[in-house]
Design a protein around this ligand. Structure first.
Ligand code: FES
Ligand code: FES
Length: 181
């Protein structure tokens, strides 16, 4: 349950608690603050990307209680008391998880802007359906737009991760990495 605090200038804010990637955070937010901005600006978790900010592109996808959501469409107060997973919480002990590794090895990353959201949508899919069909992968990532890849390598990477497939000999080269903020 959030507590309200009123600034000297009369703006009401809400004290909320989020568990993000396993860590509890208490943050003071305005009523209209969206989860994307709280993650990026108040918790410095900039792996969650901002694209359309209209719920159309999926670049801001995070898992809320294990389900993928467009964090630009979620008020931070709605996430009070809930579990959030961002891309920063996917790798474990400094090792990429199977989907991230497959995305790299199968050439599924070009500019990389869609990648955090894609990975989280794919993770939610494999958590509920460890061996999806190609069609099921395509449906699971339908809300994540990619302007670069044409989706073929992304779908291949998710299927490869689900099957524990090794890296192919003719794996596509990985695009040079750049930090998008
Ligand atoms: S930035 Fe959230 S859906 Fe596009
Ligand atoms: S790799 Fe550039 S938007 Fe998907």
């Amino acid at each position: 349950m959030s507590r309200t605090v009123t600034d000297p200038d009369g703006v009401r804010r809400y004290l909320i608690t989020l568990t993000v990637n396993g860590d509890r955070h208490t943050v003071l937010v305005k009523a209209n603050a969206v989860l994307t901005n709280v993650l990026r600006d108040q918790l410095d978790l900039t792996g969650t990307k901002k694209g359309c900010e209209l719920g159309d592109c999926g670049s801001c996808t995070v898992l809320l209680d294990g389900k993928p959501v467009d964090s630009c469409m979620v008020l931070a107060v709605e996430a009070d008391g809930r579990e959030v997973t961002t891309i920063e919480g996917v790798a474990e002990n400094g090792r990429l998880d199977a989907i991230q590794e497959a995305m790299v090895n199968y050439g599924a990353i070009q500019c990389g802007y869609c990648t955090p959201g894609m990975v989280l949508s794919a993770k939610a899919l494999l958590a509920r359906n460890p061996h999806p069909t190609e069609q099921e992968v395509r449906e699971a990532i339908a809300g994540n737009l990619c302007r670069c890849t044409g989706y073929v390598h992304i779908v291949e990477a998710v299927l490869a991760a689900s099957e524990g497939r090794p890296v192919p000999d003719d794996a596509a080269p990985v695009a040079e990495e750049g930090e998008a903020r």
